[in-house]
Write a protein that binds this ligand. Structure first.
Ligand code: PFF
Length: 438
């Protein structure tokens, strides 16, 4: 449940729709689902097995299983990724806090004005990080997870309600078509990289988190069943997330392009709440409140991974580690928060990375840490388990508590970890740096 709670977050409801919009709609959704099933799921099993086998954090797990410094660096990269993503994830969570109030009080806000006002976005982001710090400090994440256990189904019901409203709006059919009928000619290297990155982001794979969760699991626990649940739940929420947005976008905001980026969901949803009678604004406020809880169960994990590393490997106290990393994340979040202010230095900052144009500090962080680094970690972990170590040991770990895994599933998993996962990832990375031409 805890792993499921940290998997479902802003990645499903905010990131999935906007990345889908930037990558052409239906075809992206198709590639995404293939990535979840064929690459994400085997890697999720891999991380949990690595964690349960070693009983350690991401760096400790590689050390414990005899990996050298190079392989241990994949664990360190996990710690860096969690910290870096926490900083800009909090910016979006801060927007969510703002929207709870604007919906409840029913003030019509101009989203563009809201995100361009540093006096709103920076303090809200800091409030969110302080919330995260207080949970991680108090060791009360168990309490939050219990609350999330009954709050998340309510969030899901509200999402269903919003999606139902969205698809019944006059003019919604264009959006449904954009979202669900794939135009395969739109698939290219960038679409595949984005889909792979989004699958890992959403499943929380490639962050070391699942290694940590695996280390807490008793031997009798059925890892296969848990992983299928996490992947199924996570993908369902993401798919429903898209179904709230695209039909409504085409019906209500015909002038807005689906590829407008991180602001997409925040532009569209308030307009849908306006269309729900009565109590649309109360439903809207409740939606953003529950989204905040979902974001919090995710941010807690993102802070916990580096905190646990500094406690275990550097012998810091929990208090020192949490405050130091939390405050550092606050400072790092400011440029991401300012990146939405037009004309600002962080808005204009621009990098050409092997022909990929990355504009703005926020997108830069999301590309290098939220996509590329995670993909590299997944590559390293699959090569580590599949080739450097004896992959059968991990396959056997997966079988404990899940006898049905014996036989074909076990063989298939070994084949995917050794061959399919690394080959696909290497191919995608080589394509990104232009090896196969522009
Ligand atoms: N999977 C989360 C989401 O989709 O929002 C993001 C995430 C949370 C990744 C926690 C990693 C993590 F440790």
């Amino acid at each position: 449940m805890a792993a499921g709670g940290s998997a479902v977050g802003l990645g499903n409801i905010w990131r999935f729709p906007y990345i889908t919009g930037q990558n052409g709609g239906g075809a992206f959704v198709f590639v995404y689902l293939v990535c979840v099933l064929l690459i994400g799921l085997p890697l999720l099993l891999n991380e949990i097995a690595l964690g349960r086998k070693s009983g350690k954090n991401p760096v400790g797990a590689i050390k414990e299983t005899g990996g050298n410094r190079f392989w241990q660096s994949s664990g360190v990269l996990c710690v860096v990724v969690c910290f870096a993503v926490l900083s800009y994830y909090s910016v979006i969570a801060g927007w969510t806090i703002g929207y709870i109030f604007t919906e409840l009080i029913n003030i019509p806000v101009d989203f563009e004005v809201f995100i361009q006002t540093p006096l709103y976005v920076v303090p809200l982001c800091i409030v969110f990080i302080l919330l995260t710090i207080s949970v991680v400090l108090g060791g009360i994440s168990g309490g939050i997870e219990k609350a999330a256990k009954f709050l998340m189904p309510i969030l899901f019901l509200i999402i269903l309600l919003i999606a139902a409203r969205a698809v019944t709006l006059p003019g919604a059919s264009k959006g449904i078509e954009y979202y669900l009928s794939p135009d395969f000619s739109k698939i290219n290297g960038k679409v595949i990289l984005s889909a792979l990155g989004q699958a890992f982001f959403s499943l929380s794979v490639g962050w070391g988190l699942m290694i940590t969760f695996g280390s807490y699991l008793p031997k009798g626990n059925n890892i296969i069943k848990s992983s299928l649940w996490i992947a199924g739940m996570d993908s369902t929420v993401a798919l429903m997330g898209g179904l709230m947005i695209f039909p409504a976008l085409f019906a209500l905001l015909p002038g807005v392009s689906p590829d407008e980026g991180p602001a997409l969901v925040f532009n569209v949803l308030p307009r849908v709440f306006d269309q729900i009678e009565p109590f649309g604004n109360i439903i809207g406020g409740l939606f953003f409140l529950l989204l905040l809880v979902a974001a919090l169960t995710s941010s807690i994990s993102m802070l916990e991974v580096p905190v646990a590393y500094f406690i275990d490997e550097r012998k810091w106290s929990r208090k020192k580690a949490t405050w130091t990393l939390g405050i550092a994340a606050m400072f790092l979040s400011i440029p991401s928060a300012l990146a939405s202010v037009k004309g600002n230095f962080f808005n204009l900052i621009h990098i050409d990375f092997f022909g990929n144009d990355i504009i703005g500090f926020f997108n830069l962080m999301d590309f290098f840490f939220g996509t590329l680094a995670i993909v590299i970690i997944c590559l390293m972990l699959s090569v580590y388990s599949g080739w450097i170590k004896n992959v059968k040991v991990f396959a056997t770990e997966l079988t404990i508590g899940a006898p049905a895994f014996e036989g074909f599933p076990r063989k298939a998993w070994i084949f995917f970890i050794k061959w399919i996962c690394p080959i696909v990832i290497i191919f995608v990375l080589l394509n990104m740096v232009g090896v196969f031409g522009a």
